[in-house]
Write a protein that binds this ligand. Structure first.
Ligand code: CDV
Length: 310
């Protein structure tokens, strides 16, 4: 399969949806020219990373949420995908007809049909105003926890799962999808290089990003395509390092800029199968009876009573 990850440089507050979609269309064309059949775009790809700004929900909805998908602004992306026969993953802020707000991603096939939707489950940040912080991270204010679970869809005989940004740090995300035989997991992210909650060294933001993608690809025998929105959005810096990771845990393609940049790889789905047949043959080696705490507990608690060793 020809896989492309389309990293985006900054989207500033002043940028219109039409201008952003034009950039996405250009990258879709570049990816198709490099024989990609599927393109991964970032989280909240159509706007600036607006959870960094304090505002009321009505203003956020008016300025940053999509009331339907596709809509007139985004239609050129769908039209180009159909023309080129390329599928894509796209993250955006979703307002449902009932007025619910989610941080969502869609899976669009090569005929430009939406065949899957994911709503972000692991929402980071806070819901209160932090006037002393250098910026806000209001995902817990602007979005509900996703209600669709971690789905896997078959597209062109490839099983694809989706998640979003902070989800990539949690092992449960990948395992739930690999237990549905996912072969490729795709995600978009907006990762500020500054942590407003503690004095985290900036380089760790990229180091932890690499570690989770490489370890998770290997432990779940999946390919991962991860697309950043990065660079300085109105002065707020976010990490780049968009990448394609093999089931061996190796990084096979990586963005080198913090601008719009398309990276591609021909991914061999048979490589994942080799790991699934041997070291990670789940049916043969997993022991779920010993994993019960994972679904029974949320926070860490006391050790369980264990059998005495003889
Ligand atoms: N948009 C995100 O989910 N960002 C988080 C930050 C806050 C750590 C991330 O995991 O990259």
């Amino acid at each position: 399969m020809g896989l492309a990850v389309a990293q985006m440089g900054a989207v500033n507050l002043a940028d219109s949806r039409q201008a952003v979609v034009k950039r996405l269309v250009e990258m879709l064309r570049e990816a198709a020219g490099r024989k990609a059949e599927f393109v991964v775009f970032p989280e909240l790809a159509l706007t600036t990373f607006f959870p960094r700004y304090w505002m009321d929900d009505a203003e956020a909805v008016e300025r940053f949420f999509e009331k339907s998908m596709p809509n007139a602004d985004v239609q050129p992306l769908f039209d180009t995908a159909r023309e080129l026969g390329v599928g894509f993953y796209l993250g955006y802020a979703e307002l449902t007809p009932e007025g619910r707000q989610f941080n969502s991603a869609i899976l669009v096939d090569r005929n430009a049909r939406i065949i899957g939707k994911y709503r972000k489950i692991h929402l980071p940040g806070h819901s209160d105003h932090k006037p002393d912080a250098p910026f806000q991270h209001l995902e817990k204010k602007f979005f509900e926890v996703g209600d669709l679970g971690f789905g896997v869809w078959e597209m062109d005989r490839t099983r694809i799962g989706m998640c979003l940004c902070n989800d990539r740090r949690w092992p449960e995300t990948y395992r739930v999808m690999s237990l549905q035989s996912a072969e490729l997991i795709v995600l978009g992210y907006n990762t500020p290089s500054l942590n407003i909650h503690w004095d985290e060294p900036a380089h760790l933001r990229t180091t932890t990003h690499e570690i989770v993608l490489q370890a998770s690809a290997y432990q779940n025998a999946v390919w991962i395509g991860a697309a950043a929105k990065c660079g300085h959005e109105d002065g707020h810096h976010m990490i780049g390092s968009s990448m394609i990771v093999a089931p061996s845990g190796e990084i096979v393609a990586r963005a080198s800029s913090e601008e719009d940049e398309v990276i591609t790889a021909r991914i061999d789905l048979g490589l994942g199968q080799a790991f699934r047949d041997h070291v990670f043959n789940f049916a043969k080696h997993r022991s779920p009876q010993h994993y019960r705490l994972i679904v029974e507990r949320t926070g860490a608690g006391d050790p369980l009573p264990t059998a005495r060793p003889d």
